[in-house]
Structures are given as C-alpha cells and as structure tokens.
Ligand binder design. Structure first.
Ligand SMILES: [Cu+2]
Length: 68
C-alpha cells in the first residue's frame, strides 16, 4: 500500500472536496482519498498493483481540478 499527497488547485468549498475525494476514491485500488481544503492537498492511499499516481492524477484533472 502506498500513501501519497498531491497538491490540488481550484478546490474552494466542501463540494469541491467531495468531488475530488470521490473522483480519486472510486478508482480501483484506491482505499482512501482525503482532501485537506486549507492545505489544498489530496492524500491517497492505494494499492500500486491496481492504481497508480498517474491514474489518480488523471481522474482528479478530469473532475476539473488542477493537480501537479
Ligand atoms: Cu467548491
């Protein structure tokens, strides 16, 4: 299991937080996705055999948020 924190731009409210958490959390292999709005950060815990940082980043940007 891998834990990573990504910085995500464009999140302004709880709705954004939920959208990003759901976008990342619904991916196969992602067991936890938690957003810290103040830090503009998304912390994900995932199984590297099923998910990758790249697929998580793609899902977040497809949801409409800038991820580095
Ligand atoms: Cu919002």
């Amino acid at each position: 299991m891998t834990k990573e924190t990504l910085s995500v731009d464009g999140m302004t409210c709880n709705h954004c937080k939920m959208t990003v958490e759901q976008a990342a959390g619904k991916l196969d292999g992602v067991v936890k996705a938690k957003v810290d709005l103040k830090k503009k950060a998304l912390t994900v815990k995932f199984d590297e055999g099923k998910a990758s940082l790249e697929t998580i980043k793609n899902a977040v940007s497809e949801a409409g948020y800038q991820v580095d």
